[in-house]
Write a protein that binds this ligand. Structure first.
Ligand code: HEC
Ligand code: HEC
Ligand code: HEC
Ligand code: HEC
Ligand code: HEC
Length: 174
């Protein structure tokens, strides 16, 4: 039953939890909104970099082999920016982090609340030939990565059903 209208039902327990306390509901909404419009410490444009002929997994090096896709370290950015585009204001911010030997404190765009106990893994999806764009939208046109897809349990389960992938609770939950 739950699986059939999973998207809606996955949300109800959360609303139920927070309804008696309006402050909780407000915080919950703020959480969702910050995730959707996270302001990044450096405005890294995906489109500009994809035009250079880079592949997604050149930077997100775990996406084909690990659970997490990963965000590249500032040292990777500096392989090019030690020389390139040093005068652009956003690149100056990047260089300032590199000079201080600090990682850039990127705001997460995707993710699940820890309450949901979800374990997602990139590698099996990569092996099943599911394009990054299916789950993240077309980043070759995006500047700062937007939250293009809002994952509910329904989003995951309906594809798993179509593709004959596992629908066991323990596949996706710990
Ligand atoms: C030159 C390196 C680079 C390349 C190439 C690149 N990315 Fe990114 N990506 C980043 C950085 C840095 C961030 C963190 C900043 C941000 O979220 O905007 C990021 C963020 C993301 C996020 C959001 C992560 C989160 O916080 O949840 C997604 C999704 C993503 N990239 C997917 C892609 C896809 C798909 C491609 C290929 C079309 C791609 N990236 C190519 C560097 C890169
Ligand atoms: C393969 C080389 C390469 C790598 C790796 C690379 N960049 Fe760039 N980046 C460029 C080039 C080339 C430009 C200038 C493009 C242009 O002017 O059209 C650029 C432009 C930029 C800009 C300026 C965009 C603008 O127009 O204001 C920012 C910000 C930036 N990169 C951040 C990063 C960050 C952060 C990383 C690491 C996650 C990174 N870059 C990794 C080559 C690279
Ligand atoms: C089946 C859907 C799906 C596909 C396909 C997919 N992702 Fe993701 N991606 C997600 C989900 C869900 C998250 C959030 C995971 C979490 O927080 O546990 C995520 C998170 C990310 C992040 C944030 C950092 C991290 O390690 O979690 C990056 C970067 C990313 N994906 C890049 C990519 C790239 C690049 C590809 C293609 C090679 C890709 N994704 C393919 C669903 C997908
Ligand atoms: C577009 C289709 C699609 C979407 C969306 C999707 N998956 Fe999958 N998923 C698959 C396929 C196909 C496999 C590979 C099954 C296989 O290897 O036999 C898979 C495999 C997995 C596996 C590994 C299962 C195993 O047996 O090792 C996990 C975990 C998983 N998915 C979790 C998720 C979660 C969580 C989401 C939502 C955030 C999600 N998936 C969204 C199609 C999808
Ligand atoms: C294909 C992956 C997948 C499978 C299989 C799956 N779930 Fe989920 N489930 C998710 C994702 C992803 C979320 C988080 C959605 C969100 O953040 O809105 C979720 C959320 C939930 C929540 C809400 C948790 C909360 O507090 O937010 C419950 C309860 C839940 N799942 C129970 C189950 C049960 C029981 C099963 C087995 C019948 C199951 N799930 C199977 C992916 C899955």
């Amino acid at each position: 039953m739950r699986l059939d209208s999973a998207g809606v039902f996955a949300c109800i327990p959360r609303f139920g939890k927070f309804m008696p306390w309006p402050a909780g509901a407000v915080l919950w909404l703020i959480g969702i909104c910050t995730a959707a419009f996270a302001a990044q410490p450096v405005e890294f444009p995906h489109n500009t970099h994809m035009k250079l002929g880079l592949a997604c997994i050149d930077c997100h090096t775990g996406a084909d082999i690990r659970a997490a896709a990963g965000i590249p370290s500032v040292t990777k950015c500096m392989l090019c920016h030690a020389k390139l585009a040093r005068n652009k204001p956003e690149v100056k911010k990047l260089i300032a982090y590199a000079d201080k030997k600090q990682e850039i404190p990127w705001q997460r765009v995707y993710g699940f609340s820890t309450n949901a106990h979800v374990k997602f893994r990139h590698a099996p999806h990569y092996r099943a030939n599911i394009a990054c764009a299916t789950c993240h939208g077309d980043l070759t046109k995006a500047t700062v990565a937007p939250r293009a897809v809002n994952f509910t349990m329904g989003t995951c389960v309906s594809c798993h059903r179509q593709r004959n992938a596992s629908q066991d609770c323990a596949t996706c939950h710990y």
